[in-house]
Write a protein that binds this ligand. Structure first.
Ligand SMILES: [Fe+2]
Length: 295
């Protein structure tokens, strides 16, 4: 295993000659440290099957099966499939997932610690993921916004991005909405988390899932404050030119691990109908989402 810290744009690190069959406990501890401190680790030239990919994820934490089975790979509920490929045997996974700023499972009681992303079929153009480092975004906030969010909380819900399942066709919309609220009730997290491993303070909001901000007593704060935070962090920049946004592009064989607390991400979809497919395994670690001393 050879670690190259001069990866694309200075973001994250690349690892060459990584062989999951030969990896040692020390190697894994080193890689995990890099995921937390460098935020993105790309294992180059990987050729894993579904079972091997799940096993690799399990080396970094406890894999969690996505709550909605329509995303599952037929051979493992732990593999979430994003795919626009239709096969003779039917569709696998769900097309066009994640084209909005979010952190995986931010709307759930236990958001994932690490996302393991493995593109299986890359298009010829638009192959990558946009990221924002929300610890850096917090450091770059002006004094007015920093003061305004002290001791505040945000509410998160999946409701605006839940995808209608094939079996929901012909169901009343109100019934579907009620089911979404029952299965994924809103979650409340501090607006600023303190990362339990790195100790960094980070802004924990996303354009897709965060819908309200309130004070510690639960009194609503102006919607404009949340809008200002989304804008300041770069999430409202539809041209992706904000200084906080960076694009990580992929080559065949890349297997990407990222810190899902600190980074928010947004899928880059190619404008045409080129075949594209990716697998994802998401894991919990042994730490709470935020350490006790969060700002
Ligand atoms: Fe995602």
């Amino acid at each position: 295993m050879r670690i190259d810290t001069r990866s694309e744009g200075g973001r994250g690190i690349e690892v060459h000659d990584f062989d999951p069959a030969a990896v040692t406990a020390d190697d894994l501890a080193t890689l995990r440290r890099h995921v937390y401190h460098d935020k993105i680790v790309v294992l180059k030239a990987q050729t894993l099957d579904v079972a091997q990919f799940v096993a690799l994820g399990a080396a970094f934490g406890e894999p969690v099966a996505y709550y909605e089975p329509m995303y599952h790979h037929p051979d493992s509920e732990y593999v979430f499939v994003s795919s626009n490929i239709s096969r003779d045997t039917g569709r696998v996974g769900v097309p066009k997932t994640g084209a909005f700023w979010h952190s995986d499972y931010q709307f759930m009681p236990r958001p994932f610690a690490i996302t393991c992303f493995y593109p299986r079929k890359l298009p010829t153009v638009s192959r990558g993921t946009y990221f924002i480092d929300m610890a850096q975004a917090y450091r770059r906030l002006g004094p007015r916004l920093r003061a305004a969010i002290e001791n505040t909380y945000c509410l998160h819900s999946a409701r605006r991005y839940v995808k209608i399942r094939p079996e929901d066709v012909f169901r009343p919309l109100g019934q579907i909405i009620a089911e979404v609220e029952r299965r994924t009730p809103p979650q409340r997290w501090p607006t600023v988390l303190r990362h339990p491993v790195t100790g960094e303070d980070l802004l924990y909001i996303s354009e897709a899932f965060t819908y309200a901000i309130e004070d510690a007593a639960g009194a609503a704060l102006p919607e404009a404050l949340l809008t200002d935070l989304l804008a300041a962090s770069g999430q409202l920049d539809t041209g992706y030119e904000h200084e906080n946004i960076f694009l990580r592009s992929y080559e065949p064989g890349d297997l990407v691990l990222w810190d899902n607390r600190t980074l928010i991400h947004r899928a880059l979809h190619n404008p045409g109908n080129e075949a594209t497919e990716s697998y994802r395994v998401t894991v919990l670690d042994e730490f709470p989402l935020t350490s006790e001393e969060a700002a």
